[in-house]
Write a protein that binds this ligand. Structure first.
Ligand code: PLP
Length: 354
């Protein structure tokens, strides 16, 4: 840190992204990317758009806005796009949190929320999850702060029902409730329908996971138009051209090609169920995942060791070295073939241990 760095940021806790090592080729199951390329239409539209990169992108994303509004049955003033949903989450924290009424989150969640809280110097309150890592919705009723819940949760993959989410929204009339639906397409219930009924809900989505556009960086937030207008004020004060032309057209293509998306989701869900069965046979416990990853532990295999042993064999999974999670590992659902390799490798490792 230089001596010039503002004292207000001395304590920042930057997010630690999953490794993207270049030393050898890995089966990469550590950052929940889609194992398939983006839709051919998304690729084609992005490629064509490359020729227009000399002109600024549309700060209002009108073409994409119309496509997404049609796709999700919302109106065009109920959505805003971000350079990944991470950017949007920052605007939400800037807009609705302060030093006394900050973020209220489960103590097992997406660790980026904490980075945002520290950056913005707001209060950060963690509510413990149950022993089985589940969230009790009633713990979030009438809290004094902005509720931020990933649904399905990360890194557990466990989903709350729409009814449970509505309970939280309904019982926080004076607070904003943010539902981060990064993984909802893999088996959760969306809360988007609640934006017509409540003035205090925001739903964030990302095209990084389900649409295979992690490298394109595109997220969006859906909510009542008054809230979207707050967020646009902050976005236009920070980075008005936040969506680049190629990504915007890739997103238009991805949302238009619904069949491709449905097909990817079905393949991942099928592979997920098969992988769960295989891992259970090997003695693993898994949470009930509604996402494109599994959260697993083995009674006789230390979490950190499993992570390292797999890495040595060219398979990357995600390990979290925190007290609550260190016995677990998060494994992204890759292609069928990748998952067969993972299961076979783990079987060998278990045999070697005996
Ligand atoms: C991946 C992820 C995001 C961020 O997605 P980007 O759009 O790539 O920034 C947000 N929330 C959760 C829970 C995620 O897992």
């Amino acid at each position: 840190m230089s001596k010039f760095f503002s004292s207000k940021y001395i304590n920042v806790e930057p997010y630690v992204p999953g490794e993207q090592p270049q030393d050898r080729s890995y089966i990469k199951l550590n950052t929940n990317e889609l194992p398939f390329p983006p839709s051919p239409l998304a690729q084609k539209l992005a490629r064509i758009e490359a020729g227009n990169l000399n002109i600024y992108s549309d700060p209002n994303c009108n073409i994409l806005r119309k496509t997404a509004a049609d796709c999700y049955g919302i109106s065009e003033d109920e959505i805003m796009f971000g350079n990944g949903s991470d950017e949007i989450l920052n605007y939400i924290v800037m807009a609705y949190c302060d030093s006394e009424t900050g973020l209220v989150v489960p103590n097992v969640t997406y660790s980026f929320y904490k980075s945002l809280a520290v950056l913005n110097q707001i209060e950060y309150r963690e509510i413990p999850v149950g022993k089985d890592l589940t969230i009790d919705p009633a713990d979030y009723y009438n809290v004094n702060g902005t509720v931020m819940i990933a649904n399905p949760n990360a890194p557990t993959g466990i989903a709350l029902t729409l009814k449970q989410i509505e309970g939280i929204v309904m019982n926080n009339p004076d607070n904003i409730v943010v539902i981060d639906e990064a993984y909802v397409d893999f088996g959760g219930e969306t809360a988007m329908g609640l934006i017509n009924k409540y003035e205090n809900i925001l739903v964030t989505r990302t095209m990084s996971k389900v649409n295979g556009l992690a490298g394109g960086r595109l997220g969006f937030v859906v909510g009542p138009k008054e809230l979207i207008s707050d967020l646009n004020a902050l976005r236009n004060s920070t980075n008005p051209y936040n969506i680049n032309r190629m990504t915007m057209m890739a997103a238009v293509g991805a949302l238009t090609d619904r069949e491709y998306m449905t097909n990817c989701i079905n393949r991942i869900m099928k592979t997920r169920e098969e992988t769960v069965k295989s891992l259970k046979r090997l003695g693993f416990e898994t949470t009930d995942s509604s996402s494109n990853f599994l959260f697993v532990r083995h009674p006789k295999y230390n979490g950190r060791k499993l992570y390292q042993d797999l890495k040595d064999r060219g398979i990357l999974i995600r390990h979290f070295e925190t007290e609550l999670l260190r016995e677990y590992n998060r494994i992204t659902i890759g292609s069928d073939e990748d998952m067969k390799t993972v299961v076979a490798t783990i079987r060998e490792l278990l045999e070697e241990q005996q």
